[in-house]
Write a protein that binds this ligand. Structure first.
Ligand SMILES: NC(=O)c1ccc[n+]([C@@H]2O[C@H](COP(=O)([O-])OP(=O)(O)OC[C@H]3O[C@@H](n4cnc5c(N)ncnc54)[C@H](OP(=O)(O)O)[C@@H]3O)[C@@H](O)[C@H]2O)c1
Length: 259
């Protein structure tokens, strides 16, 4: 077997269907591109149509099969509708990546119920509902990959973690519960844990050059993250290669978490 065939056997996503929430921006957009270029048919879900169409257009320019569904994942009805529409495009997904997230972090004393509810709905409840919708089918078919995107704040409090950190900590627990339920049937469930990545999500922090430099200094690599840094780990966790990796939190953070 030549090296190309060997790599393909390990990592190719040919014939797989992937659903990526938040695939229109930042980390989700880079993950969608990685999965699509590795061979998967990719459906991305977010709210804003222009951003969705632009992201899918870029994937199609690479020769990939991709589509978008506009849906609001902050309500249960929104999640259900988006899930059905997404599954109707290329069929039931083999790979589910929960990347859509909100980052509302008022000071703890000012954290109201509205921010708490919105954070939990998008960051935690939508991944739970999508897992309930697609996990059992993956288990029945004997193959599935569920990947959640969490945060340093799942592990440590910093820069006003508030409800956000709670939602991400719970999401890592959700991955372990899903892994316990479905890994015996070929479905692995893991999380990717970013460090600080300059995306539209964190304009507040990234507009402060001193904070940006301080966060880069906390890494071992010496720079903050780029959305493209997630490509390799996403393909790995979506592929056959990761069949024996489940319930894990994989840090893609330049060493932030071990410094
Ligand atoms: N950037 C970082 O430093 C960092 C660090 C740790 C963890 N993360 C996590 O990584 C993930 C991606 O973050 P990012 O930095 O790439 O953010 P981003 O560029 O702001 O992307 C967020 C995505 O989520 C979608 N989204 C937000 N609310 C939604 C809703 N109610 N319904 C459907 N889609 C919704 C957005 O699209 P619409 O607004 O059009 O809906 C967008 O596609 C998030 O879970 C975030 O918590 C990021």
């Amino acid at each position: 077997m030549n090296s190309r065939a060997y790599l393909s056997e390990l990592f190719s996503l040919d014939g797989r269907v992937a659903l990526v929430t938040g695939g229109s921006s930042g980390i989700g957009r880079a993950v969608s591109e990685a999965l699509a270029r590795a061979g998967a048919d990719v459906v991305i879900v977010a709210r804003r149509k222009a951003e969705l169409a632009a992201a899918v257009g870029a994937l199609q320019e690479h020769g990939c099969r991709a589509a978008w569904v506009s849906g609001d994942l902050s309500t249960r009805e929104g999640v259900r509708a988006a899930a059905e529409e997404a599954a109707g495009v290329f069929g039931e997904p083999d790979i589910l990546v929960n990347c859509a997230g909100v980052n509302l972090r008022p000071p703890m004393g000012e954290l109201g119920e509205d921010v708490w509810d919105r954070t939990m709905a998008v960051n935690l409840e939508a991944p739970f509902l999508l897992g309930q919708r697609f996990g059992p089918g993956m288990a029945e078919r004997g193959f599935g990959r569920i990947v959640h995107i969490t945060s340093q704040q799942a592990h440590r409090a910093l820069v006003q973690s508030g409800a956000y950190g709670v939602s991400k900590g719970a999401l890592e627990s959700l991955a372990r519960s899903q892994a316990e339920a479905w890994s015996p049937y070929g479905v692995t469930c893991n999380t990717l844990v970013p460090g600080f990545v300059m995306t539209p999500l964190n304009t507040r922090l990234s507009s402060d050059p001193r904070q940006v430099a301080a966060l880069a200094a906390r890494t071992l690599v010496g720079r903050n993250g780029l959305a493209e840094d997630f490509a390799g780990a996403a393909v790995f966790l979506a592929s056959r290669a990761s069949a024996y990796v489940t319930g894990q939190s994989v840090c893609v953070d330049g060493g932030f978490s071990v410094h």
